[in-house]
Design a protein around this ligand. Structure first.
Ligand code: SAH
Length: 280
């Protein structure tokens, strides 16, 4: 038996709600169309009964990160769903995501490979970073553009998608990746193995700090409130390029100001929806 949490929210809060539901442990989310009074209905699917407190807390935190009001979430309801039907539907709905040469696809989907394609197999649902989020796509594009080999450090690796992309793009590169969440490190290590680059990425639990070895390219797809205090460490370990994402358009100015304060200069700002990536 699976469980769904149905949330009605203001339309501008749709993405925040999806993010909050995933943070609360949902394995997937789905927009269920407009509901009465101009609200949108979003469902999050869970393989165990989620605690209402945890869901509420995660939604509250998501609204805060997105700069929205608590009242943007109208209602929250739990229902039971038949596991098989939903899982089959959900898997059918998955499409590979193409970013430049990279194709991010779940392990079970068939991918038409052209000559230049680099296929990254990532099981969706576990940690963030299934290739479908705007910020992941922005980072993949920046890695393809700026990483020509040498060393790369992925801070906040999640599923490992960016580290795996770098290791496949430049097979002789030294790639390392960290995450403060030990579960993410476990998932990322397994994903690297599935992608045949298990031996070429050094994963560790933790974050970037004084003892971290410098790398030519450093990628950090975190949130603005996490990135800003980490900027002194991030700029210190990045020898060449620093790629920052997980930043909302409204937060970009704050990140750029902090960078300026450190004497670092943004070379490029790319956008996808309301998200930006900053290359330093
Ligand atoms: N790199 C992936 C996942 C990004 S999600 C992608 O681009 O899709 C951000 C990840 O950063 C999460 O897995 C979270 O656990 C981790 N994280 C949060 N704060 C962190 C910190 N201070 N240092 C390192 N990792 C952190």
């Amino acid at each position: 038996m699976w469980f769904a949490v149905d949330v009605t929210a203001a339309p501008e809060a749709r993405e925040a709600v999806e993010y909050g539901l995933m943070e609360a442990g949902a394995l997937g989310t789905e927009e269920r169309g407009p509901s009465a009074g101009g609200f949108v209905a979003v469902a999050g699917y869970f393989d165990a009964e989620p605690g209402a407190g945890r869901v509420r807390e995660a939604l509250g935190e998501a609204l805060r990160i997105y700069g929205l009001a608590p009242s943007d979430v109208r209602s929250l309801e739990l229902r039971e769903v038949e596991a098989r039907d939903w899982l089959a539907e959900w898997k059918k709905g998955w499409r590979p995501v193409r970013v430049g040469r990279f194709v991010v696809a779940p392990p079970w989907s068939e991918v038409e490979e052209d000559a230049g394609a680099i296929v990254l197999r990532v099981e969706p649902g576990m940690a963030f970073g299934t290739g479908t989020h705007e910020t992941t796509r922005l980072c993949l594009a920046a890695i393809e553009k700026h990483f020509v080999g040498g060393s790369l450090l992925d801070v906040g690796t999640g599923t490992g998608v960016l580290a795996i992309a770098a290791a496949k793009l430049a097979p002789r590169a030294r790639v390392s990746a960290c995450d403060t969440d030990p579960l993410a490190v476990e998932v990322a290590t397994e994903n690297a193995r599935l992608n045949g680059v298990g031996g070429s990425i050094d994963f560790w639990t933790g974050s970037v700090g004084e003892a971290t070895e410098p790398a030519e390219v450093v990628c950090a797809n975190l949130t603005a409130d996490v990135i800003i205090p980490l900027l002194p460490s991030l700029t210190a370990v990045a020898r060449g390029r620093l790629i920052l994402s997980g930043v909302l358009e409204t937060q970009a100015e704050g990140v750029l100001l902090s960078l300026g304060g450190l004497g670092a200069e943004a070379r490029e700002v790319t956008r996808d929806g309301e998200w930006v990536a900053i290359t330093v």
